[in-house]
Write a protein that binds this ligand. Structure first.
Ligand code: SF4
Length: 271
C-alpha cells in the first residue's frame, strides 16, 4: 500500500464527531493546497443515491453495473455492489489524483489495517481504552467533542494539532514510498524481511540500509554484455542496468539459487 495514496480512517461510535473531524481536516488540508478524496460508510440498510424511476436507476435495473451519470458540474459512478464487495483497493482506483484518501466509518477495515492512519473519535475514556487495544498500526490522534483531557484532543479546539499529525503521516508515507521505489520489488525475502515493503519500512526506521537488499547489491557488482552470434552488441549503461536488474532479479529469486557476484551468467536464446 505504500505506493498508493495514503489512507486516513476516521472511526468512532454514533455521535462521536467523525463528520466534524473529517470536515475540519479536509478543509484545512485543501486550504494548504492538498487534494483530498473522501469516502463515507452509510450505515443505513438499502440506502442509495440513485432515485427510483430516474434514467440511471432504469439502466441499473436493466443490468448495467457500474452506471455513470455525467453533468456539467459532476460525474457520479454508481457501483451496484454494496459494502460486502467493498475493499480499499477498489476505492483507490478512483483516487490516483489525490494526496490523501480519508475514510469516515468503515471501522472493520480501518482498525485492522496497519497501513491506514487512524483518527479515533471517542465519547468517553472507556471508548479510548477500547480503541487503544483494538487498533492496529498508527494512531494519529484520539479526538472528542468533549473535554476528556490528554491525550484526547478536543475536536473544536485542537484542529491545528490534528492536521500536523496528518501531515506528518503523509511525509512518512512519501519517504517510505520513495525508498520502496529504489528496491527491486521482488519480495524474495533475502534481506530477512517478508517483502520489499517491510524492508522499506526498516530502511525508513534506520534498522536496515538499501545496500542490505541482496539483488540490489548484486546489480552493482555485475556487468552486462550481450553477444549475438559471437558479436558483442554495444549497449548504453542505462539499457545495461535494465537488463541486469531484470535478469538478476529473476535468477536470484529462484529457490536454491545463491549468486555471489563473480559468476558468469549466460542466457542462450535459440530458435
Ligand atoms: S532482498 Fe531486496 S528484493 Fe528481496 S525482499 Fe528484500 S528488499 Fe525486496
Amino acid at each position: 500500500m505504500y505506493t498508493q495514496v495514503p489512507i486516513i480512517g476516521v472511526v468512532g461510535h454514533k455521535d462521536s464527531g467523525k463528520t466534524a473531524v473529517t470536515e475540519s481536516v479536509v478543509r484545512m488540508l485543501t486550504r494548504k493546497g492538498h487534494r483530498v478524496a473522501t469516502a463515507k460508510h452509510v450505515n443505513q440498510e438499502g440506502f442509495s443515491l440513485d432515485t427510483k424511476g430516474k434514467d440511471t436507476w432504469r439502466h441499473s435495473v436493466a443490468g448495467a453495473n457500474p452506471v455513470a451519470s455525467v453533468s456539467d458540474i459532476e460525474t457520479a459512478v454508481l457501483i451496484k455492489d454494496g459494502v460486502k464487495k467493498f475493499s480499499l483497493d477498489s476505492l483507490l482506483g478512483f483516487t490516483s489524483e489525490a494526496d490523501f484518501m480519508m475514510l469516515e466509518g468503515f471501522s472493520w477495515l480501518v482498525l485492522s489495517d496497519e497501513h491506514v492512519g487512524k483518527i479515533l473519535c471517542v465519547r468517553n475514556m472507556e471508548e479510548y481504552e477500547d480503541y487503544k487495544e483494538k487498533a492496529k498500526g498508527e494512531i494519529l490522534a484520539f479526538c472528542s467533542m468533549r473535554r476528556l483531557g490528554k491525550p484526547v484532543l478536543r475536536i473544536d479546539e485542537d484542529s491545528e494539532t490534528l492536521v500536523k499529525q496528518v501531515l506528518g503521516f503523509l511525509r512518512k508515507k512519501q519517504r517510505i514510498s520513495k525508498i520502496l521505489d529504489c528496491l527491486p520489488g521482488l519480495d524474495c525475502r533475502k534481506c530477512g524481511h517478508s517483502s520489499c515493503e517491510e524492508m522499506a519500512l526498516a530502511v525508513y526506521r534506520k534498522e536496515m540500509r538499501l545496500k542490505d537488499c541482496v539483488p540490489l547489491k548484486l546489480v552493482s557488482k555485475l556487468k552486462t554484455r550481450i553477444t549475438i552470434n559471437g558479436s558483442e552488441l554495444p549497449i548504453q549503461p542505462f539499457v545495461s542496468e535494465i537488463i541486469r536488474n531484470s535478469i538478476l532479479g529473476m535468477i536470484s529469486s529462484l529457490k536454491g539459487v545463491s549468486i555471489g557476484g563473480n559468476e558468469e551468467v549466460q542466457v542462450e536464446i535459440t530458435s
